[in-house]
Every structure is written in C-alpha cells, then in structure tokens.
Design a protein around this ligand. Structure first.
Ligand code: GLU
Length: 444
C-alpha cells in the first residue's frame, strides 16, 4: 500500500511551530517511504479564511522544503459535502436541531447541577414533523447533528498504541451550522475518503474527534485510515506552548535568520529518541523517521536547542551552498573566507561583520602600542597560510609574551574584537598592508 497523508491548515493565520510540526511529521512519514503529501486548505469558513494567509502557508511550507504532491481547497468541494450530508440524512445519521446556543447552555447547566454529564440530550430527534414545521415558520433554521452510535471506537494509533474513545460519552457533533457552514468534521472525512488518504497524522488534541470521525467514515462506507496523534509541544519550562504559538510563526523565524534545515531538524526530532542534531537534508530526516521513536510524553520546544542546530547547520554548510547568499549580501570573499568564518556563525547574517574584518574598515583596539610596533617590525613579507604561526613565534621570541598575552593584543588590533575566527585563516585574507595599518592603530 502506498502511503498518502494530508496537512489541512485553515488559512486564518500564519503557520507556527505547532502546526508546522504536524505538517512536517506528515511529510517525513510519507516521504520516508516514497509516499505522497497532500496540502488541503481548510477554507470552508469563508468569512475567516483569506487568500493572503493561504499564500503565506504555501510560502512557509515551500521555504521549509515541505513540497506537496497535490493541493486542494475545501471551498471548491462544497458539492461533495452536500452529497455526503444527503446520504447521512437518508441513513438517519444526520438530523436537524433547532436549539439556540442559550437553550443548549441552560440545559447543560441543569445537567451539571444534577450531576449528569453535559451531553446533548437528542431532544430534536423526538420532534414531530408538525413541531419542526412550526419552528421553521418561526424563522428558525436547523443545525445538523451526526447521530453517534454510542460505542467504544477503537484503533491502533501509530503514536499512542491502542486507543479507544467511548462515543456514548460525547454529544452528537454538529456537522452543519445553522447558516449552512460545514464544520471541519465532515469535510475532513469526505476528503480523506475521496483523496485516498491512508493515514491521518495530527496532534493529540484531536483524539476525541477521531472517535466521532471514525463513525462518520463507517457511515459513509469509506475505508477508515490509520491514525497517529502526536504528543503536543511544551515550552522549555514544561508549560503548554499553545498560547504562545502566535509568537512562534515561521515567517518571524525566517526574519530572525533561522535556517530551514535547522527548524525541520529540530521539530522533526524533539520528542523522539533520535539525537537532536541537524540532518543532512529533509529527505534524510524522512528516511530516519519512525513513529516508534516518538515517546508518549510532550515534546519540549527549547529555542536554545534550535539555536544550537542553526549554528551546526551553518558550520556544515558548503561554500557552494553559501555562495549565492554571500553574493546577495555582497560578502562573497571566496572559499577561504567562508571556511575561515563559518565555524563562528550563529546566524548567516553574521557574515557581514566578519567580512568587514577582512576588507575593513575596522577600528583596532590598542592597549600597548609599543608591543604592536615590535610585532609590526616582525611581520612576514608574505602573509601566506603559515604566516601567522611564523609571525607569532617571532613576536614571542622577541617580546617574551606568550599565550593570551601574545595572541590577544594581536587579535584586538587586527580584528577590533576579543573573539572571532581562527587568526591563522584570517591573516592571509586581511592582507599585509591592512594588517600593517591596523598595527599602527589606524582604522583600515
Ligand atoms: N484544519 C484542522 C485543524 O487545523 C485539520 C485537522 C486535521 O488534520 O484533521 O485542526
């Protein structure tokens, strides 16, 4: 069986690390076994969905490398949902209800005060034709509920193992609102059947939905797909991330200079038994993905881990991969420059400051001009690969300085900073003339 999964975001906001993790795990699961990934825009709520958010979702997924094989809009499939609704009505599984939100609320309170579970009492099922006609004549429009069988619905969850939901403890879910809007529950099942979805992978907040949806799959005669419900993300403090997700949008992370491979390596591996290291590619991440590596406990999202993976991705980046970006920043100073600076990068944009060390101008930090004058006299005529070693040992012999006392004044004078890339790699790039000027304390 070839695997086919879907990611079904609502275009009512930008993607954040929570929903991107769902998209990613779907993608990794499918692409790790040569399957297909469907992007299904859940835009049945026409009032809240916007084309801008839809484009934002596509841009974010594309930037992360989550390419899709098929793409659909639920707003173009209303006839399919209407057809399914008719079939459910004919089978007696979808019934009209006329209660207002206030009436339902009042009933729930009464149930709770009597110690009963606040589930819908199915009063609408008992309405006679005449009562319904009277309600409609009053101007009431029905909403439609799916009649649950009220049984133990069980499935083997790829992530949680054996799972069960007792649909007798649930209210019959509303599938169609009084204004005709299809809530996500029915379209999702209709599409999963029509599109041949083999696995539904989503957060564990959907477990209860799955109980009702499996009954809908069965009622529509479709094959029931496999399910995986992932543990949710928590922050470094162990608190649920859900309320903070808005500030963790992919668009913002992109602006902050995070690399896509760092983001996907992080989100694809937190909460699994794999080491938290950057992957060679998103496909490699897919090849090593397996649900049985995923634990039952929440996945801890710590930005310090992401920062570490981001640096790791840059340290491993080839000159060929970096060059177009270096050029776009007007910082392409050649392969030797890239090899000298990449171990020092946290974010790619850091190269701009490092390029300035090489081509100037920087202002030297001078603590002892006499020391620098003596070093200048010993400067080799040719600043080649071995120049730094030869020069510093000559300075050491003449001045008696060693260790930090030898290297730090030279680093401060030549780069203006106390920390930075390997000096032996930098000095040939800075060049003799600029080094001589900096040793005099000149901005160069
Ligand atoms: N649009 C739904 C959501 O984002 C899709 C859930 C699902 O994957 O079935 O919650």
């Amino acid at each position: 069986m070839s695997v086919k999964v879907r990611f079904a975001p609502s275009p009512t906001g930008r993607l954040h690390v929570g929903n991107v993790r769902t998209a990613l795990v779907n993608w990794l699961f499918a692409k790790g076994q040569g399957g297909q990934f469907v992007l299904r825009i859940d835009d049945t709520d026409l009032a809240r969905s916007t084309p801008e958010f839809e484009r934002g979702i596509e841009d974010d997924l594309t930037w992360l490398g989550l390419v899709w094989d098929e793409r659909h809009n639920q707003s173009k499939r209303f006839d399919r949902y209407a057809d399914a609704a008719e079939r459910l009505k004919a089978a007696g599984r979808l019934y009209p209800c006329y209660e207002t939100a206030e009436e339902l609320d009042r009933r729930r309170k009464v149930q709770l005060s009597r110690g009963l579970p606040p589930i819908y009492d199915r009063a609408a099922l008992k309405l006679t034709d005449a009562e319904r006609a009277r309600l409609e004549a009053e101007g009431r429009r029905p909403h439609w509920r799916f009649k649950l069988e009220g049984k133990r619905v069980a499935w083997e969850d790829l992530s949680r193992g054996h799972a069960e939901v007792d649909t007798a403890s649930m209210s019959d879910p509303v599938l169609i609102r009084e204004d005709g809007l299809y809530l996500y529950t029915l379209p999702s099942v209709v599409d999963d059947i029509d599109m041949g979805i083999t696995h539904v992978i989503r957060g564990e907040d959907h477990v209860t939905n799955t109980g009702a949806q499996i009954e809908i799959f069965e009622a529509l005669g479709g094959p029931v797909p496999g399910f995986a419900h992932m543990p949710l993300l928590v922050g470094a403090d162990g608190e649920a991330l859900s309320k903070r997700l808005g500030s963790l949008s992919i668009a913002e992370m992109r602006d902050q200079g995070y690399e896509p491979i760092a983001i996907v390596s992080h989100l694809g591996r937190i909460g699994t038994s794999d080491p938290l290291e950057v992957a060679a590619s998103i496909q490699a991440l897919g090849d090593s993905f397996a649900f049985d590596k995923m634990g039952r406990s929440p996945a801890r999202y710590d930005v310090a881990d992401l920062d570490r993976l981001n640096a790791q991705a840059l340290h491993a980046m080839s000159y060929e991969a970096a060059q177009p970006r270096l050029r776009a920043m007007d910082c392409d100073l050649g392969r030797d420059f890239w090899d000298a600076v990449r171990p020092n990068l946290q974010k790619f944009a850091d190269v701009a400051d490092l390029a300035r060390i090489v081509r100037g101008p920087i202002t030297p930090v001078v603590e002892d001009q006499g020391f620098l004058d003596r070093a200048a006299e010993l400067l080799p005529s040719d600043m080649d690969a071995g120049a730094w070693g030869a020069w510093t040992s000559a300075v050491k012999d003449v001045t008696g300085a060693k260790g930090k006392a030898l290297f730090m004044p030279l680093r401060l004078a030549l780069t203006g900073q106390a920390h930075g890339p390997d000096m032996a790699m930098l000095v040939p790039l800075i060049g003799r003339e600029r080094i001589a000027r900096r040793l005099k304390g000149e901005t160069a």
